[in-house]
Design a protein around this ligand. Structure first.
Ligand code: PMP
Length: 390
């Protein structure tokens, strides 16, 4: 059978075999309800606490600061809406960027409809936010700043530590805390960060981007930060996320975090090398333009390219015929033929944005994969460009 080359790891990753094994064991053996008093319940609860400790260790935080959710979409919603409702008496102004994932942009827009004010900060042509623009936009009513660590479409890495300091300083001047939330979904295991060092109060993670399962995520909530929960129900997750816990998912994400802790030290430099090879192979083509920042500010696993005169959608399907899987913008929007808000915010034209694909590498990607994919992309570009259908 023809080998498949999966280069859509920013959309989702293949669960690690150890993750699948751990989840299967929970589904078949440790299937008790963690709230039950008997041995089966206690065992399920123990598994959750083990996973919580593993994720806390990976981040260098206290396990009490780790809250399990149904994914990063819920974590982002809980952070933004949870802070907005809990602290609205202090002020009703929030700040974020124009290039966030829809699970940040949409709750912000909902809050706008409810009377909150939201500033959507612009980025430069590389997809990078100027920290000074954060300082300038903070108002006496600002309660939350939400900035993604790594953009999921172009891989731009934001200066999170610098922004964290600015937010802290501005809060001190105002004599009260301004909360700092970071969507770190695409940073985990790719761009090292420390929540405490960066002054982060809330941080969202997703299981399925790190070789864990879908439908599970984490919100780190710094000790002492109050949130109004999105759901009402039982006392699970300290009442902040009621509902019987997704024990297999949580255990799977814990296993993925343990694997990451062991492997990221060698995997990250390797990803940087693979990405550089891809750039070297593709950048000489007259129709191909590399999007995003220079390497020092780029995540090692995401490469966005615009191909003049070729629709991204056509390229994705043409490469699929070769067994190569890439995507147009982000997976959440790629079924809509609308130009990406991220690329438009970076100054690309509508036509350029629609002529863009994202190639995203994973821990399993090999040098051979990258070489075969690069040749296939070059060939597909020439083939499609000669059809002149754009
Ligand atoms: N934020 C970013 C930056 C993402 O890439 C994604 C996944 N596309 C999410 C949030 C949402 O994560 P989930 O699929 O776990 O809801």
């Amino acid at each position: 059978m023809r080998r498949e080359i999966y280069l859509d790891n920013a959309a989702t990753t293949r669960p690690h075999p150890a993750v699948v094994e751990a989840m299967q064991e929970v589904l078949t053996q440790a299937y008790g309800n963690p709230s039950s008093l008997h041995r089966m319940g206690v065992e399920a609860e123990r598994r959750i606490e083990e996973a919580r400790a593993d994720i806390a260790a990976l981040l260098g935080v206290n396990p009490r600061e780790i809250l399990f959710t149904s994914g990063a979409t819920e974590a982002n919603n809980l952070a933004i809406r949870g802070i907005a409702y809990a602290y609205q008496r202090r002020g009703r102004h929030l700040m974020t960027t124009q290039i966030e994932h829809s699970s940040v942009l949409e709750p912000c827009r909902r809050l706008q409809e409810e009377g909150f004010q939201v500033t959507f900060l612009p980025v430069d042509r590389h997809g990078i936010l100027d920290p000074a623009s954060v300082a300038d936009a903070i108002r006496p009513e600002t309660i939350l700043v939400s900035i993604m660590a790594v953009n999921n479409e172009v891989g731009s890495v934001q200066p999170i530590e610098e922004i964290g300091k600015i937010v802290q300083e501005a809060g001190k001047k105002l004599g009260r805390k301004i909360f700092f939330h970071v969507d770190a979904v695409q940073a985990l295991g790719k761009v090292p960060f420390s929540p405490h060092q960066a002054g982060i109060d809330l941080l969202s993670l997703s299981g399925h981007k790190i070789a864990g399962p879908k439908g599970v995520g984490v919100l780190f909530v710094r000790e002492g930060v109050q949130l109004v929960p999105l759901l009402s129900g039982g006392e699970q997750e300290r009442g902040l996320r009621p509902g019987t816990e997704n024990v297999p998912g949580i255990v799977g994400m814990g296993a993925a975090a343990r694997i990451l802790a062991e492997t990221q030290g060698t995997a990250i430099p390797r990803l940087h090398i693979l990405r550089a090879r891809l750039i070297a192979a593709l950048s000489g083509h007259p129709r191909i333009q590399i999007n995003g920042p220079p390497v020092e500010q780029a995540a090692p696993h995401i490469l966005s390219i615009t191909v003049k005169g070729v629709l991204g959608e056509h390229l994705v399907h043409r490469l699929e015929l070769d067994g190569i899987y890439v995507s147009t913008g982000s997976a959440c929007h790629s079924r809509r033929a609308e130009p990406s808000h991220v690329l438009l915010a970076m100054g690309l034209s509508k036509e350029e944005a629609l002529s863009t694909i994202r190639i995203s590498l994973g821990y399993e990607t090999t040098e051979g994969d990258v070489e075969v994919a690069a040749q296939a992309i070059l060939q597909a570009v020439d083939e499609l460009a000669s059809l002149k259908i754009l």
